[in-house]
Design a protein around this ligand. Structure first.
Ligand SMILES: Nc1ncnc2c1ncn2[C@@H]1O[C@H](COP(=O)(O)OP(=O)(O)OP(=O)(O)O)[C@@H](O)[C@H]1O
Ligand SMILES: [Mg+2]
Length: 455
């Protein structure tokens, strides 16, 4: 009975009183007719509602029909884990926070008590069947139920709800373990699953022309601080980056460096795992702010070249009908993708960077990468001497060497990716070879590449 009352959202104080009432009711019930029983039940229900001095506020993890994550839920979770988790018997430990401690949250069916300006408040963690479930997504919906005396209604509405949620924001910020999300996970349908994001790449380790690097850093900084500016000009607070270039030139490494620089989460979106535009829209809506949304190898993901390929389709009455393969209910289309990136829906949770990578920029539809959609286009090129110097500094700890001039000359003559140069330096350095050997090995690699090119 106790668990039923907990589920009904009643605080422990209220539950105590009600339990004694139920025992009296059970006694009366056993000795009267069915009609009387029903009458008494209805009366009791009314009395409980009338005399119940407690009010309830429920904070759900998702905002109902759109399956959009409710920010208040994570803020309440953070606040409760910090302020009240010591009162719970059962806790969940989540990925460790930056300060090395696990993040403890209240397990389901647990109740904790909080006090605020003399008011006693009960938080109860629970879950229920989602109101709006689909075949691909019908997970339990988690929520917190806050119970308080009705005399504190104003205090709760106007002060308490902003107080813990504000604190929750600070706790989330300093405990934040950044996350890498993926939408390819069996059984989760169109939803995201995540792991801790610990990629070590930074702009210091990224081998790139220093001017380009500085421009990107400045662009990212002005984006991060641009909330007011974006509001003033009436644009959603988002920025699109297109990274293009041959394999191994550091596109994926650059994404990690950008996410690390901004301190954002990463959503690695695999378009081929999405069934249609509706799913795509929903999965975009499920990304949170302060995140980098990545679609790698966009040219290979789908047929998004936007050539509006005309499909010939046999009509029943032998006439041939031409239909455009552009907006199909069972596929993700170019227009669906454009809509998700910067349609009206895209502004729901802002402060997002969207990054596309490709090895074949020429294959992409101009609409997909036009300025304003993909604001910054960055060509990741073959290794230059400037980029090599970054590797030399990071891998070997040197700023100059006799072989540098030979390497500079060779890098002008051959097209080698930064990945090849890194491998050329690393293969020996891993075996404790000295600097001379590492550089000699790289010269050998470059000479081989030169020979290959001249064939
Ligand atoms: N510019 C770079 N700076 C630092 N490391 C680099 C750079 N380019 C490549 N590398 C190294 O080479 C490896 C491959 O690079 P990365 O995966 O970023 O290339 P990519 O451009 O994404 O390739 P692909 O087009 O095949 O996806 C990385 O693990 C990294 O160590
Ligand atoms: Mg890559």
């Amino acid at each position: 009975m106790d668990s039923l009352l907990i589920q009904a959202g009643l605080s422990s104080a209220m539950r105590k009183n009600l339990k004694s009432l139920f025992f009296v009711w059970a006694f009366v019930r056993s000795s009267i007719s069915v009609e009387l029983k029903n009458m008494f039940t209805a009366l009791l229900r009314r009395m409980i509602t009338f005399f119940n001095p407690y009010h309830v506020i429920e904070v759900y993890e998702y905002r109902s029909e759109f399956m959009v994550r409710n920010k208040l839920y994570s803020l309440a979770k953070a606040y409760l884990s910090n302020a009240c988790s010591h009162g719970a018997n059962k806790l969940h430990a989540e990925v460790k926070s930056l300060n090395g401690r696990p993040f403890l949250t209240i397990a389901e069916q647990e109740e904790v008590v909080d006090t605020f300006q003399g008011a006693k408040l009960w938080w109860y963690a629970s879950s229920c069947k989602p109101k709006y479930s689909t075949k691909s997504c019908n997970r339990e919906e988690r929520f917190y139920r806050l119970t308080f005396h009705k005399k504190y209604r104003k205090l709760v509405e106007h002060e308490y709800l902003t107080h813990p949620f504000h604190e929750g924001r600070e706790i989330l910020a300093c405990n934040r373990q950044r996350r890498l999300f993926t939408n390819i996970s069996p059984g989760t349908g169109y939803s995201w699953t995540c792991v801790a994001f610990d990629h070590p790449a930074t702009f210091d380790t990224l081998a790139l022309d220093p001017t380009t690097k500085r421009d990107i850093i400045e662009d990212l900084m002005s984006f991060r601080e641009g909330k007011e500016y974006y509001k003033k000009i009436g644009k959603a607070w988002k920025r699109g980056y297109l990274l293009y270039g041959p394999p191994g030139t550091g596109k994926s490494t650059m994404i990690a460096a950008i996410a690390n620089f901004l301190g954002y989460d990463v959503y690695d979106l695999e378009l081929t795992a999405i069934k249609n535009n509706m799913e795509l829209k929903k999965i975009f809506l499920e990304t949170s702010s302060k995140s980098v949304i990545v679609i790698e190898d966009i040219d290979c993901s789908l047929n998004l070249t936007g050539k509006r390929v005309k499909k010939m389709k046999k009509d029943k009455d032998e006439a041939e009908k031409v239909t455009e393969g552009y907006d199909n209910a069972n596929t993700v289309t170019l227009s669906g993708l454009l809509n998700s990136i910067d349609g009206l829906w895209s502004a729901c949770e802002d402060e997002k960077i969207i990054i596309f990578t490709t090895n074949h920029v020429e294959k992409l539809d101009p609409a997909l990468i036009r300025r304003g959609r993909m604001d910054v286009h960055i060509e990741m090129s073959y290794c230059t001497f400037e980029a090599f110097k970054v590797f030399a500094r990071n891998y070997l700890g040197i700023e100059t060497h006799d072989l540098f001039s030979t390497i500079e000359k060779l890098l002008l003559e051959v097209n080698v990716s930064p990945a090849d140069v890194a491998e050329g330096l690393m293969s020996r350095s891993l075996r404790n070879a000295d600097v001379d050997e590492c550089l000699a090995n790289l010269v050998e690699v470059l000479n081989l590449a030169k020979k290959e090119m001249s064939k």
